[in-house]
Design a protein around this ligand. Sequence first.
Ligand code: SAM
Ligand code: SF4
Length: 327
Amino acid sequence: MTVLADRFGRHFPYLRLSLIEACNFSCSYCLPDGYKADPDAPGLLRIDEIERLLRAFARVGLRKLRLTGGEPTLRRDLTAIIATAAKIPGIQTLAMTTNGCLLRKRRADWQAAGLNALNVSVDSLDRQRFAAITGHDRLPDILAGIDEALADGFPVLKLNAVLLRGLNDEQMPAWLDYLRERPIAVRFIELMRTGTNLEYFQRHHLRAQGLEDDLQARGWSLLPRAPAAGPAREYGHPDYRGRIGIIAPYSRDFCAGCNRLRVTARGDLRLCLFGNIGIPLRPQLQSDDDADALQASLLSQLGLKAAGHGLHEGNTGLTPHLASIGG
Ligand code: SAM
Ligand code: SF4
């Protein structure tokens, strides 16, 4: 099988597909003023377009699909999209990243349709802090949804927390309590600078190194990296059932292990979260007859993927905020 590879020898079995840019939350680092619709934007990818897209990616080695957004659970046809993706041969991991607002109501439907991995964003375990960061007082409901998923044995469950200086950086004891008995991984993600959050970034960006030093001092140790693992550095501790991952996009070599591509909710291929080009795939998603042409475009576009992002130089590329592309 021909697989997607770039000129730096990296392979791309992982696609993050944004289903929608809209979001009902207003996280202070992402959409501080809430989502504002663009009345001139073309419609979102339809299910038939999504199916052709995924079949083309599957033919060139797609193994892991993550549905994201904006808030993907705002799509009314989400369960049907999951079911469509689940029947495409080759996709082994069918994941979604969500703010958790519909976890309690819909998780069983998504699971029955074939979803087998979930990342839920929980920036703070403190109810007031959570409400201040996200603009919504929903923490108890979201945490209950996570515990229900754990009790039902949902296959892979992870939490995402963006590290924010002065907003959620003194909560390690609460996280350690949380992880003692829960077999769940929390990922602390360094805040990334985007096109619209420069001032916020300067105020709240916190390097993950201090947190890693703290973990090691508390007896947590770095776990060996699995061969197909993503960019997280994972820590474990014999007294805890949970694990802690660190995602540090500003660290050296972060891009060397890149294994993912992105497609926006309107069908543009993005080679990098912070790249300068979006390649419209939509014209080739209208008919099954275009499958070969679509596959050929995917293979040739990969030649344009750069070695790394330009964040160190302050270049955030086309990304005004992560909701626009699928974080
Ligand atoms: N709405 C869903 C959610 O929040 O989980 C999915 C989309 S959101 C853009 C995906 C992930 O990106 C979330 O975990 C969010 O916290 C993270 N994120 C958003 N903006 C970020 C930034 N500037 N730096 C680091 N992570 C960010
Ligand atoms: Fe919405 Fe997710 Fe952005 Fe928060 S991080 S505003 S939940 S898209």
